[in-house]
Design a protein around this ligand. Structure first.
Ligand SMILES: *Cc1c(COP(=O)(O)O)cnc(C)c1O
Length: 393
């Protein structure tokens, strides 16, 4: 069914659907590495790109293609490429768009491995980078060099909850002929659609909200311009960073409930954030749904909902934060986010331990920062769990 002009929820359920010979209700798993041609002419036509159809699963596969169509429609892009993981998408993004002698600007609190991949690997291929607070447009403008080819941001950032005005930074980038890529993992397309705000490329770790069930790893790039989609796809195929058909099937299944899950998780997070902000043992809290949030107005303008992610500090710093993580019983002490289950983690000793202490501080990742990914359990149970954990610190 054609879903391009239908609503977001209809796209979640039906975009990318195709029917097979048996009328399967959902895209079947095409667990095959290769696709036989009817004859030599057909094979030649497919390789020459004169005929649509599949050749080899690293290059494309019906189940993966179905997911890619769905993701492209959800982000209003002209095409999407699925990857084995979010980092598969990040490495292909860098390799496709940056050459020796180029420069890129990233948000200072970019996902830890996205930043260290650039500063410890791509640097050795002669690619320079600057990491700045992209919430500050003047700082971004000052960091632009004649050889800047890419601005890569997250909004909100992980785990510091700093928002960047996507529309404003897209205008600045385009004035200077620079491409803008946005890691939209933290928000999901239900909350914000960066391509509509002017971005050129959207990146997702599908592992998080899009799949939503903490049972697979996956990534995607979605672009507005079809030429960019082709370039990114070619890079994915060379790197062998392709998704597997079974993985694609799992994401197709998981993403159908994205809106329902994100609405419930965001509603729960709002309650948890309000509870935490009134708690005497909490030193500070950052949640886009609280009027005390420094970028509350931007959140209202740019995001449909404040989302499921909360960052906060416990009075007593690192030891108190660690104790909190040991005391919780419902929340899982685990990295990752965006699943149906509530997770809690400590970035300075876990996800962002690979950064130097100085870089962490510059990025706003203080030692007392606790990151909370609110699940879809009953809000009362999540709060009761935090309550008993905080009482025992
Ligand atoms: C998890 C994550 C990634 C990396 O994705 P993987 O699927 O783990 O490879 C990238 N960006 C953000 C914001 C993430 O949370």
């Amino acid at each position: 069914m054609e879903t391009k002009n239908q609503g977001f929820n209809t796209k979640l359920v039906h975009a990318g659907d195709f029917s097979d010979a048996f009328g399967a209700a959902v895209p079947p798993i095409y667990q095959t590495s290769t696709f036989a041609f009817k004859n030599a002419d057909e094979g030649a036509a497919r390789f020459a790109g004169q005929e649509a159809g599949f050749i080899y699963t690293r290059l494309g596969n019906p189940t993966i293609h179905s997911l890619e169509q769905k993701l492209a429609e959800l982000e209003n892009g002209s095409g999407a490429i699925a990857f084995a993981s979010g980092m598969g998408a990040v490495s292909s993004l860098y390799a496709a768009l940056l050459k020796n002698g180029d420069h890129m600007i990233g948000s200072s609190a970019l996902y830890g491995p996205s930043r260290s991949l650039m500063t410890s690997y791509f640097k050795d291929f002669g690619i320079a980078s600057s990491f700045v607070n992209t919430a500050d447009l003047d700082a971004v403008e000052q960091a632009i060099r004649p050889n800047t080819k890419l601005i890569y941001i997250e909004s909100p950032t992980n785990p510091t909850m700093v928002l960047t005005d996507i529309q404003a930074i897209a205008e600045l980038a385009h004035e200077k002929g620079i491409l803008l890529a946005v890691d939209n993992t933290f928000s999901s397309p239900y909350i914000q659609q960066p391509l509509d705000l002017g971005a050129d490329i959207v990146l997702h770790s599908l592992t998080k909200f899009i799949n939503g069930h903490a049972d697979i790893v996956g990534g995607a790039l979605i672009a507005k311009d079809f030429k960019l989609v082709s370039l990114l796809r070619k890079t994915m195929a060379y790197f062998g960073a392709n998704m597997d058909p079974h993985q694609a099937y799992m994401v197709i299944r998981g993403v159908k409930t994205l809106a329902l899950r994100v609405e419930r998780a965001s509603e729960n997070a709002q309650k948890v954030a309000e509870y935490l902000s009134a708690h005497p043992k909490i030193a500070w809290i950052k949640y886009p749904g609280l009027p005390s949030f420094t970028q509350y107005d931007l959140a209202q303008k740019q995001m449909k909902l404040p989302g499921a992610m909360i960052s906060f500090g416990v009075k007593g710093g690192l030891p108190a934060g660690k104790k909190l993580m040991d005391n919780v019983q419902l929340a899982l002490l685990a990295v990752s986010l965006g699943g149906v289950e509530t997770l809690i983690q400590h970035p300075a000793s876990m996800t962002h331990a690979g950064m130097s202490a100085q870089d962490r501080l510059q990025a706003g990742i203080t030692d007392d920062l606790v990151r909370f990914s609110t699940g879809i359990e009953d809000a009362e149970d999540i709060m009761a769990d935090l309550d008993q954990a905080l009482a025992r610190i």
